[in-house]
Ligand binder design. Structure first.
Ligand SMILES: Nc1ncnc2c1ncn2[C@@H]1O[C@H](COP(=O)(O)OP(=O)(O)O)[C@@H](O)[C@H]1O
Ligand SMILES: [Mg+2]
Length: 266
């Protein structure tokens, strides 16, 4: 199963990705987290790794070459193990070269790539790489992929979600977050994506949760869970240490149950 987690910057995407990954591990799944948000700098720490992996962008020869060579299969100067892997029709987790994947027990992390030079322009090639990588990634029954998607909605336009089984939109209690959810719904209808569900994040009270839920219903988005504002989460982020499920454990278990239940994948 491939799950992507999207939403506004700062809404709690990386937190929910980490909580879901922890929960999936506890249940015995092999979990691959895909960092597709170029603005994330601490995801590896939240997951308990000492450093991030070398981005896949470098594996395929850098950003400028991605668009040109990834789809065409041309051999315009790019060779080597990395490009060969990306040109395979189907990629297994074990095919990813070791320096591009961090591993701790049954938790693994790959990173699509970050734009390091401001003059390099837009993030489009990253979207292409995310889309192609996620499409080609072929999973065993006990493997789950959780994608930490870039903030905003542009990835929908690039078709990054085409191979995703369930898109989770993280909604924090703010007007902007609700507006983004509505845009996501309008966009997804336009491109035929029906598998979007909301998870509420940083919720201060049940009353606020109900209000958000009814606003989301107006945008035809069902809510499958709620993570309350949690001081443990806040503190681990402040201290830059790995994130444990702790008091959010029960809430994320419910989200995970909904994700894996058959009726959720309609
Ligand atoms: N349920 C929560 N309770 C308290 N703080 C939270 C919660 N979820 C996220 N945060 C905090 O909000 C900030 C942004 O979260 P993060 O997951 O990095 O967002 P994003 O990945 O969407 O940018 C972090 O400081 C994080 O610790
Ligand atoms: Mg993040």
């Amino acid at each position: 199963m491939k799950i992507s987690v999207c939403g506004k910057g700062g809404s709690g995407k990386s937190t929910i990705v980490t909580l879901l990954a922890n929960e999936a591990r506890t249940r015995g799944y092999r979990v691959l987290v895909v960092d597709s948000d170029e603005s994330n700098s601490g995801l590896f720490r939240m997951l308990g790794f000492e450093r991030p992996p070398i981005p896949l962008m470098e594996l395929v020869g850098g950003k400028r070459k991605v668009q040109r060579s990834l789809k065409s299969g041309s051999s315009s100067g790019e060779s080597g193990e990395g490009m060969r892997v990306m040109r395979q029709d189907s990629i297994k987790i074990d095919d990813i070269p070791a320096e591009h994947i961090m591993t701790k027990d049954n938790l693994q992390l790959v990173c699509i790539g970050k734009i390091l030079q401001s003059l390099e322009g837009c993030a489009c090639p990253m979207g292409v790489l995310s889309r192609e990588f996620l499409k080609k990634l072929s999973l065993e029954k006990n493997e789950i992929v959780v994608v930490d998607m870039e903030a905003g909605v542009e990835h929908f336009g690039r078709g990054v979600e085409t191979s995703i089984d369930r898109v989770l939109i993280v909604v924090e209690p703010s007007f902007e977050s609700l507006q983004l959810a509505e845009r996501v719904n309008n966009l997804s209808v336009g491109i035929g994506i029906k598998n979007i569900r909301a998870v509420l994040s940083k919720i201060p009270s049940d009353e606020i949760a109900s209000r958000l839920e009814s606003e989301l219903v107006k945008s035809s988005i069902d809510t499958i869970g709620c993570i309350h504002y949690d001081t443990e989460i806040f503190h681990s982020s402040l201290e830059g240490v790995s994130l444990a499920n702790g008091s959010a454990g029960k809430e994320i278990r419910d989200v995970f149950d909904s994700l894996i239940s058959h009726s959720a994948l309609d």
